[in-house]
Ligand binder design. Structure first.
Ligand code: G16
Length: 562
């Protein structure tokens, strides 16, 4: 057994280590500053004393700088008294698979190295996220403490000579000042595959993909955008479910995601998948983000399933998923800005419904308390209480299970859903990398001007007028632990059911990103195919007018519309 000694290294604190919606995300060169990553990792150890004498899981999405940081985590964890680390081979681990392994092994937490859908490579972003022992992102009380510690840190502990070959599965043990420290490098895919087999009926999905005498095989195309999901998609869809090898593309995790702008599954950044699906050859398409927690689902001819429709269809068809049938549906939830299609299904099924702030961490307490089975977010996140993260591959399997159960196409399933519940139209405008000061000022002026607005007030812009039902800055009290999250988005709810929400993103790494969310509801079938741009235009005009966005951000057009 190799032996090592703890070293104490003096460091200077950085002011900018405040975790955002999901961990600390910054440009790679920020993380490469001397002591930057070390400080943050030490701050996590200091804020989470259970790690000392405990066990943690480590891995990430394969982006540039990840393997360097894995070695730093190994050295700092050894010096901080951790007994054992479980590390994904080559450092690879999807975010949902880490959550599954934390829960299976009863680890005390996890270090997830990802900036999710943000671009990678030397000029891209890097990120470190800490997940707690329930397998979910640390709650704000913990991330707040990490931030406080990071602001005053003066030293970190490390065993600099411990370096582990993470390219091979196996166990490594070290003697650290008389204590034993172990690093186990594991296959990051197997436990996750086993879990999926427990949740879904693989046989029925296999039959769906294979076809029969009376039904042609379901032709699928899965685009992993060179993120972490490639090995998972290959193993599950090809090896286990029999899909042809050619069904899974861009399946090798690359440090820069193959030079793509963003490994982000939406109509803009996953346009390759959209083009392929538009050609009408495939019946089903899916794409995932860098770390595998987001998903986009498309039907034949590029029929787009919005994230809010996706989660509500899964809720409505829960009987297609053996896990839900066995464990029962305990409750549904969505983040506040997400289109409210799921609320209608919750009402029909008489199931408890929760509206939480943006951030998967807000679902964790409800799941741990046994009150939440299925949830989703407009940002292409869908998942259930099988783990404590959103789960891209799970969402893809849920859809395949539904297609097998309903014996219908993606489009038919969605159209039938609209027929029964009406259609929720949803759109999001993102203004990325705008000056942070301007964005903050816009939000604060907007909030104070709206606080003067009264119920029943008519607000109009060029093309239409709306009557305000209420306006507020969303605040959430967690029903389980009573913690309060304030200022989670300015809402304008109108009497006709439409709404506009303004929020500043918590995942960007440069400047600020303003998000404006638009939603309206339609129950007249003859309007279900109306052009979304024209439907939303009155709301968009109104939002730009009340916020004076152009004045504060200098932008005429959004960077992305999803
Ligand atoms: C993270 C969170 C999600 C959140 C998303 C967008 O996703 O886990 O819950 O919806 O960020 O957040 P924002 O609107 O603040 O940018 P991911 O996939 O980036 O980890």
């Amino acid at each position: 057994m190799a032996s090592s000694q703890v070293q104490i290294v003096q460091t200077r604190a950085f002011e900018d280590q405040k975790p955002g919606t999901s961990g600390l995300r910054k440009p790679v060169d920020t993380f490469q500053q001397k002591g930057y990553a070390e400080n943050f990792i030490q701050a996590i150890h200091t804020a989470v004393p259970e790690l000392s004498d405990g066990m943690a899981v480590v891995g990430g999405d394969g982006r540039y700088y990840m393997t360097d940081v894995v070695q730093k985590i190994i050295g700092i964890s050894a010096a901080n008294g951790v007994k054992k680390l479980i590390v994904g081979k080559d450092g690879i681990f999807s975010t949902p698979a880490i959550s599954a392994v934390v829960r299976k092994t009863k680890a005390n937490g996890a270090f997830i190295l990802t900036a999710s859908h943000n671009p990678g490579g030397p000029k891209g972003d890097f990120g470190i996220k800490f997940n707690s022992s329930n397998g979910g992102p640390a709650v704000e009380a913990v991330t707040g403490q990490i931030y406080q510690i990071s602001k005053h840190i003066t030293e970190y502990k490390i065993c600099p000579d411990i370096k582990v070959d993470i390219s091979k599965v196996g166990c490594h043990t070290f003697d650290v000042d008389g204590r034993q420290f172990e690093v186990e490098v594991i296959d990051p895919v197997s436990d996750y595959v086993d879990l999926m087999k427990e949740l879904f009926d693989f046989e029925s999905i296999r039959n769906l993909l294979a076809g029969s005498k009376t039904r042609s095989p379901l032709k699928i195309i899965i685009n992993c955008l060179n993120g972490v999901t490639g090995p998972y998609a290959k193993r599950i869809l090809c090896d286990e479910l029999g899909a042809p090898e050619s069904s899974v593309v861009n399946c090798i995790p690359l440090e820069d995601f193959g030079g793509k702008l963003h490994p982000d599954p939406n109509l803009t950044y996953a346009s390759d998948l959209v083009d392929v699906m538009n050609s009408g050859v495939h019946d089903f398409g899916a794409a995932f983000d860098g770390d595998g927690d987001r998903n986009m689902i498309l039907g034949k001819n590029g029929f787009f399933v919005t994230p809010s429709d996706s989660v509500s269809v899964i809720g409505d068809n829960y009987k297609a998923i053996p896990y839900f049938v066995k464990s029962g549906i305990k409750g549904f939830a969505r983040s506040m800005p997400t289109g409210r299609a799921l609320d209608r299904v919750a009402k029909a099924l008489n199931v408890e419904m929760f509206e939480v702030p943006t951030g998967w961490k807000f679902f964790g307490n409800l799941m741990d308390a046994g009150r939440l089975s299925l949830c989703g977010e407009e940002s292409f996140g869908t998942g259930s209480d099988h783990i404590r993260e959103k789960d891209g591959i799970w969402a893809c399997l849920a859809w395949l299970a539904i297609l097998a159960y309903r014996k219908a196409s993606v489009e038919d399933v969605i159209r039938d859903h609209w027929k029964r519940y009406g259609r929720t139209f949803f759109q999001r405008y993102d203004y990325e990398q705008v000056p942070a000061e301007g964005a903050k000022e816009m939000m604060s002026v907007l909030e104070s001007s709206l606080s003067l607005a009264t119920k029943s007030k008519e607000i109009s812009a060029a093309s239409a007028s709306f009557v305000l039902e209420y306006t507020d800055n969303f605040s959430y009290t967690d029903p389980i632990d009573g913690s309060v999250a304030k200022n989670q988005g300015i809402r304008l709810q109108f009497t006709n059911g439409s709404r506009i929400i303004f929020r500043l993103s918590g995942t960007g790494s440069v400047g600020a990103t303003v998000r404006i969310y638009f939603e309206c509801y339609e129950d007249q079938p003859e309007r279900f195919d109306d052009d979304i741009t024209s439907i939303m235009k009155p709301l968009v005009d109104l939002a730009l007018k009340v916020s004076d966005l152009q004045k504060y951000t200098g932008r005429n057009e959004p960077t992305v519309i999803t």
